[in-house]
Design a protein around this ligand. Structure first.
Ligand SMILES: [Zn+2]
Length: 730
């Protein structure tokens, strides 16, 4: 048995037959353990490359057989056969990419760089395959005569879209170039993400003296001690570039010099000279994307990318961002003035800078609402917040969660729960992996180790939520900020979208929907955390067990629109830069320079940098699923703001009939219908956009006329994929 990677795979591929016996490899075996979960305990980095080679070769065989079938195309011999193909490859990929992002051994990076272009090539071999496309196209043409049910018709339709958007109908030389582009993008996008992780890992702000800890609350000191301990430092405290470490540091540290240092390092990720520099990579990525769009007959990458979303055009996405930008900017100016006053009052003779905003905003919040993070955090215990998320799922959808200990997971911090449906039968396995560690990517996300389907009998999903909370000191329960608790609910909303999925065909399962729709089930779920009836029950003091006082709940909920000028501007600035980068027929040669000019043209205040600077903007460069689509969070927010009002109108946020409609048309429905249709089924009407600004406390804010976004660039003569993607937090 040849197991040395490349050679064996290429050999198999060229000869077109699998003649060897399946290697002895836990990734390829039938998983027989509890819940047929991946046998994490027995998986080593060395297993992946041979498993990929084997599974890729098998998937190619399966595809070749479908394409070469002498029988005329039928739904069964083409669409269902495609749905059955590559199952092993999907399984190996899911385990690999989940582990690479959460607990990647150093070897994973090299494997990812090797395997990413091979997967891209395989994808093109499927979706650029002329005989395969001819079969799918023939089926689509006689669709009405095939006797398909609505789900089957939808799968056929989505396959046709996937083939068309991949370029299956184009000339051979164009397809060859598309393949080259896809493979190159796969390599450099993987590199982009790895570079950011490197920069995050290689930086620590070491706090040497008590003076360096000035202003930090006890829990932050404790987590800084933990960071130092984890890295065996002699010094006792350290701040990392994980959002859960650096953001609270910026919020609380009274040391302006240290805040500036931490902020500078945080902002510079991906932009250091040397091997982890992302600048040239970004330039190449936008060039290649624009070329691909042109080859596909689209004027720009954004136009190509958005054609298969709810927004449909860059203009529609921009109009939404613009409608929020103007009032947000006006509000942010007011906020900035208040922070400036506060700093002056304390004797500060300086202009508010990006490393000052969070610090003075926290002080102002304390003053205005008589509330501070330190007062809230002791009531937000991780375990209780997990319970709260489960409780809401029980009230809305009748789910129950039983923690299990019989499944060896990939890391000691990861946990697993069986999810039981209303009739007591298992519907999913849920994994939670909540703490930051050096081997984990920053951010928060939900992903699948296995997607739901029932083409050949029920396949139950295995869904994971990943967060990056700071660990507390030994023996103390982990505590969260309200924002972190909202993130937990957000990711759990995505998880429910995967776990409640109830479709036959894998292609339509769970979160495999338009990017600007996928954040609706996650964002609306956050709203239940903001309910007094949930907080009363689960926001319990970690020492006394006492519930959060009513007055504190009231004050906490009142602060939800505080600092929304800042939050909306920092988000929308990133979204507008993303859209601008990808909307031009001639992409910018220097992405960093483009970002600078764009922010200036937008009138973005210097004190509010974009939420993600381009050189570490993983959403759009590190895997690309939100490229030209970072606006999607705000688009989905129209739906969640308007959608949650439906519950409020009923006077019961757990209204059973409405919850059932939400489950049936949204959480269980995957991609069974167009998102507009799915939403209207739940709401009884299309969404009204006004709820969005009301939710952010920006309704009725007068916008400055100078803040309107003018973008007039010369337009040249006008001359995609349904990827299986993870999804992450803002
Ligand atoms: Zn999300």
């Amino acid at each position: 048995m040849v197991t040395d990677g490349h050679v064996s795979a290429i050999g198999k591929l060229e000869h077109g037959v699998v003649t060897e016996i399946q290697p002895n490899n836990p990734l390829l075996d039938h998983w027989t353990g509890p819940f047929e979960a991946p046998p994490f305990g027995g998986i080593e980095a060395a297993h992946f490359r041979p498993a990929f080679d084997w599974a890729l070769a098998e998937a190619r065989e399966e595809i070749a057989a479908i394409a070469a079938n002498p029988a005329p195309a039928t739904f069964e011999n083409t669409i269902e056969a495609l749905e059955r193909s590559g199952r092993k490859l999907n399984r190996v990929s899911a385990v690999f990419f989940n582990l690479a992002r959460t607990d990647g051994a150093p070897e994973f990076e090299a494997i990812e760089r090797e395997i990413a272009p091979l997967l891209a090539r395989h994808r093109n071999e499927v979706f650029l395959n002329s005989s395969l496309f001819a079969r799918v196209d023939a089926l689509l043409r006689k669709r009405d005569a095939l006797g398909l049910n609505s789900e089957q018709a939808r799968v056929l339709d989505r396959y046709h879209v996937a083939f068309t958007r991949a370029g299956a109908g184009l000339a051979d030389e164009v397809k060859r170039r598309l393949t080259e582009i896809a493979e190159r993008l796969a390599v450099i996008e993987a590199r982009f993400g790895q570079n950011v992780l490197h920069d995050e890992k290689s930086y620590l702000l070491v706090l040497e003296t008590p003076h360096d800890l000035e202003g930090l609350p006890d829990w932050l000191v404790a987590s800084a001690a933990r960071n130092a301990l984890d890295r065996s430092l002699k010094a006792k405290h350290a701040i990392t570039l994980a959002r859960s470490s650096v953001e609270p540091f910026l919020q609380f540290s009274a040391r302006r010099d240290l805040r500036e240092k931490a902020f500078a390092a945080w902002a510079a990720r991906g932009e250091h000279e040397g091997p982890t520099d992302n600048r040239e990579i970004m330039n190449e990525i936008v060039r290649l994307r624009a070329e691909r769009a042109r080859l596909m007959g689209y004027e720009s990458f954004a136009r190509f990318r958005l054609a298969d979303t709810m927004a449909k055009t860059p203009e529609a996405a921009r109009a939404l961002l613009q409608s929020a930008w103007a009032p947000a900017l006006a509000r942010a100016r007011e906020e900035e003035a208040s922070l400036q006053d506060l700093a002056a009052e304390e004797g500060g003779n300086f202009k508010i800078e990006p490393w000052d905003w969070r610090y003075y905003a926290e002080k102002l919040r304390r003053r205005r609402f008589d509330i501070d993070e330190d007062e809230i955090k002791p009531y937000l215990q991780l375990d209780k917040m997990i319970e709260a998320a489960f409780f809401v799922a029980n009230r809305l959808f009748g789910l129950n969660f039983i923690e299990r200990s019989d499944i060896p997971l990939y890391h000691a911090d990861a946990r697993s729960w069986t999810v039981l449906g209303p009739n007591g039968a298992p519907v999913a396995l849920f994994l939670g992996d909540y703490f930051a560690r050096p081997s984990k990517r920053s951010g928060a996300w939900a992903s699948a180790f296995r997607r739901q389907e029932k083409l050949d009998g029920p396949v139950l999903p295995i869904i994971v939520n990943v967060l990056n909370l700071a660990k507390s000191s030994e023996g103390e329960p982990p505590l969260m900020s309200f924002e972190e608790a909202k993130t937990l609910f957000h990711e759990f909303g995505h998880a429910l979208h995967g776990m409640l999925s109830n479709v036959i065909y894998p292609l339509l399962a769970g979160t495999n929907v338009a990017t600007d729709f996928v954040e609706f089930p996650s964002q609306i779920y956050e709203r239940w955390l903001e309910r007094p009836e949930v907080l009363r029950r689960f926001a319990l003091h970690h020492e006394s067990g006492a519930p959060m006082p009513e007055a504190l709940i009231e004050r906490l909920l009142k602060t939800q629109t505080f600092n929304q000028g800042f939050a909306t501007v920092e988000y929308a600035a990133s979204a507008l830069v993303d859209l601008g980068l990808h909307a031009d027929p001639e992409p910018p040669l220097d992405v960093v320079a483009f970002e600078r000019q764009e922010l200036k043209a937008l009138g973005c205040p210097e004190a509010i940098p974009p939420r993600h600077r381009v050189a570490h903007f993983q959403h759009i460069f590190g895997g690309a699923s939100y490229a030209a689509a970072y606006y999607a969070y705000l688009w989905s927010e129209i739906l969640d703001a308007d959608g949650f009002e439906a519950f409020e109108e009923r006077g019961d946020v757990f209204d059973p009939a409405l919850a059932e409609r939400l489950r049936e048309s949204i959480y269980a429905a995957g991609n069974l219908r167009d998102p507009d249709v799915a939403y209207a089924l739940f709401r009884g009407r299309p969404p009204k956009p006004d709820a969005l600004l009301t939710k952010r406390g920006l309704a009725g804010v007068a916008a400055e006329s100078s803040t309107l976004i003018h973008r007039r660039r010369p337009r040249r003569v006008p001359c995609s994929f349904g990827a299986d993607r993870g999804f992450s937090e803002l």
